[in-house]
Design a binder for this molecule. Structure first.
Ligand SMILES: Cc1cc2nc3c(=O)[nH]c(=O)nc-3n(C[C@H](O)[C@H](O)[C@H](O)COP(=O)(O)O)c2cc1C
Length: 426
């Protein structure tokens, strides 16, 4: 199928150009017959008879999403700050009084049972490789009974037919809790784009058969790229409008800089159903942008991204902060092992989320590679629960933790009484 080559031509085009875009967008880009070549990598090159600003933007978003995939799986983009897991210890139970085989990983999130407490965090969409990636992630979610998010559907706002690059996740995972995705920056008018309306957001959800909408906050990333959307005035209100108007739950998701207590409380007041705290300590999207700038030989933005690679609230701190909202919490940002996940859950998260390591496994090992990776991950979580004496996720959430080092410093400066935080647990 990938070797298929389809060539047709716009007969009279003189001032044409070549670019890479998904096949589904061809007709809408041109409204005219075009050359189409599907390469072995399933990239589609098209020749259009004019280069409109609109077509430029579509191509730009698609290319950017593809570059994020490439950079984050081939370069070092781990944040220059730790998520905090190394400063958390369980009190070992030398007499666990439970059987390893009895341990249950299932839990409930936004009223839905999930078989394991993991979210495949938002990664990609809007380019041809994304269709296969989202399909593979969907198959894995269906296999394990996980929640799966698609990447930002922003390209769909310009070109609704790009839906195919996201909807593959739903087709592969008919029973999974599927989450649609759009940025808070897209909810307000930017220099180059109009605000996403409530109607458009509803369409993003229904077009892929999603069970919830994640609104991502990535103002750090937007601020360190030249084309970034940095108008943020009104974003809280816009999120509230979405939460009020959509029939599915709205999850607000940071993407590597964390959510503080006051902002978690504000989001709760606006009607948000859950938070993905997306803390610092995992993938740094600022570093991803820094590498993109280096490719363009843009030293200014290369340096800006590097400078902010350690910015943000570490994931462990953000869990404690966001707990004040008593909303269901997804802990993401630097969750790398099942033991990290156990610590995040014990600290107060309902679920954990992982993004980049899963993408890397899909690209290197496909479906089987990712299944193998996650089997080890869930075994690590189960062993941690066994040794902490927890039969279920709800029991793990009550386990006593010892907090040391930088995490202790952060929490003390934020005014937490650590012995009290610890005494609330068994
Ligand atoms: C290649 C790549 C693309 C991403 N695209 C999105 C996106 O479109 N929407 C979103 O909400 N988060 C996106 N993220 C952020 C992740 O969902 C996640 O919040 C972040 O990578 C931290 O998790 P990690 O440390 O496990 O990678 C992306 C991350 C990566 C690595």
């Amino acid at each position: 199928m990938y070797a298929r080559r389809l060539i047709c031509e716009s007969p009279k085009s003189k001032s044409s150009y070549w670019g890479a875009v998904n096949v589904f967008s061809l007709w809408e880009v041109t409204k005219k017959p075009v050359y189409i070549i599907i390469t072995a990598e399933e990239l589609v090159f098209y020749k259009v008879p004019f280069r409109s600003r609109w077509a430029n933007r579509v191509e730009h978003y698609s290319r950017r999403k593809q570059e994020h995939v490439e950079i984050s799986t081939t370069m070092d983009v781990e944040a220059g700050i730790n998520a905090g897991w190394e400063d958390i210890r369980f009190l070992h139970q030398c007499l666990p009084e439970i059987d390893h085989d009895e341990i249950q990983l299932s839990t409930v999130f936004c009223g839905r049972r999930v078989e394991r407490p993991l979210v495949i965090s938002a990664l990609t969409g809007g380019h041809s490789q994304a269709a296969w990636i989202n399909e593979t992630l969907g198959r894995v979610a269906e296999h394990f009974g996980l929640i799966v998010e698609v990447g930002s559907q922003r390209p769909m706002l310009k070109l609704p037919s790009l839906v195919e690059t996201y909807a593959t996740a739903r087709r592969a995972a008919p029973h999974a809790f599927l989450v649609a995705n759009i940025g808070a920056a897209q909810l307000i008018a930017q220099e180059q784009s109009l605000a996403c309306t409530v109607e458009q957001a509803k369409e993003l959800v229904t077009a892929i058969g999603a069970d919830a909408l994640a609104i991502h906050l990535n103002f750090l990333q937007e601020a360190v790229m030249p084309e970034g959307d940095c108008r943020a005035r009104g974003c809280t209100e816009a999120i509230g409008r979405m939460a009020e108007s959509l029939s599915v739950p709205v999850i607000v998701k940071e993407t590597g800089a964390g959510i503080s207590k006051s902002q978690a409380l504000e989001l709760k007041a606006r009607g948000v159903a859950a938070l993905d705290i997306g803390g610092a300590g995992g993938t740094s999207m600022a570093l991803v942008e820094s590498h993109r700038a280096a490719y363009r030989k843009d030293q200014r933005f290369q340096r800006l991204g590097q400078t902010f690679s350690g910015w943000g609230i570490p994931t462990a701190v953000s869990i404690v902060e966001a707990r004040a909202s008593s909303l269901p919490l997804i802990a993401s940002g630097g969750v790398r092992t099942g033991l990290d996940a156990a610590k995040a859950l014990a600290l107060g998260a309902s679920l954990v989320g992982i993004a980049r390591p899963l993408l890397g496994r899909v690209l290197s090992g496909g479906y089987d590679g990712l299944v193998e990776y996650l089997e080890v991950f869930f075994e690590e979580l189960t062993v941690a629960m066994f040794l902490a004496g927890a039969l279920a996720i709800s029991e793990l959430q009550g386990k006593r933790l010892l907090i040391t080092g930088k995490l202790k410093d952060w929490l003390e400066q934020l005014g937490y009484d650590l012995p009290r935080l610890s005494r609330q647990r068994t």
